[in-house]
Write a protein that binds this ligand. Structure first.
Ligand code: G3P
Length: 223
């Protein structure tokens, strides 16, 4: 199981990298737009924080030729280990095939239907990113979709990993993982919500009170 942070906010990446055992960071043009920063300097700063962790960067060209040139620019500036995110439409599938024949790492994105994931896998994608919440918003069962993709990949021995994305609550994250996602990418607040809540705070406060009642202000290393 792998967890990635779906943000380009530098301070958030710095903070969450120190807390969670992150596999890396995913971005897309919408996420980058929020930062109002120059494209390569921002991504280079992120690369500096995560070191050789995964960085997923989306191309935006309309044609395979444009996307190939963008992919080359991305890996030239951010390292060959950067994953090139390509939308899984026809031009995207053509691009994935071309990218893989030249040794790029590829993440197929904007996946709303299991058949996109299947075709992206056949095109050679390393990851496919089904959009869980967006599917739910379209009255499509995101859990079932991830499960179908997992079943197909297992049945046909595909090595493509499922990188489930687009989560608006932690229940969706757990559903995606239970359905067979190998990896999830989520915003920082989703991760915080998974471990911070009043019940946890209450339990910790109870333990602290019992400790203080017994040992006072001394810490374990002072006993
Ligand atoms: O990684 C894709 C993800 O960022 C899309 O999320 O919240 O825009 O549906 P959202």
């Amino acid at each position: 199981m792998e967890i990635l942070l779906d943000t380009a906010h530098v301070e958030t990446i710095r903070k969450y990298s120190s807390i969670y055992n992150l596999t890396g960071v995913t971005t897309n043009p919408t996420i980058l737009a929020r930062e109002k920063a120059e494209f390569f300097p921002l991504l280079q700063e992120i690369r500096g924080i995560i070191g050789d962790g995964q960085l997923h960067v989306q191309v935006t060209g309309n044609t395979c030729e444009e996307m190939m040139k963008e992919a080359e620019a991305v890996t030239d500036r951010l390292g060959k280990e950067t994953y090139i995110k390509v939308p899984a439409n026809e031009e995207g599938l053509k691009t994935m095939k071309a990218l893989k024949s030249r040794g790029f790492l590829v993440t197929a994105t904007a996946i709303y239907m299991p058949q996109q994931a299947m075709l992206a896998s056949v095109a050679g994608a390393d990851y496919v990113a089904p959009y869980f919440n967006r599917m739910n918003n379209m009255n499509v069962d995101g859990r079932q979709a991830v499960q179908d993709i997992a079943t197909l990949f297992r049945h046909f021995g595909r090595r493509t990993k499922i990188l489930a994305a687009s989560f608006h609550n932690t229940y969706q994250i757990m559903e995606a993982l239970m359905a067979g996602a190998d990896t999830v990418t989520a915003s920082a607040d989703m991760f915080t919500t998974m471990v911070e809540n009043p019940s946890v705070d209450g339990a910790i406060a109870d333990f602290r009170r019992d400790w203080t009642d017994t040992y006072g202000d001394r810490r374990i290393y002072e006993l």
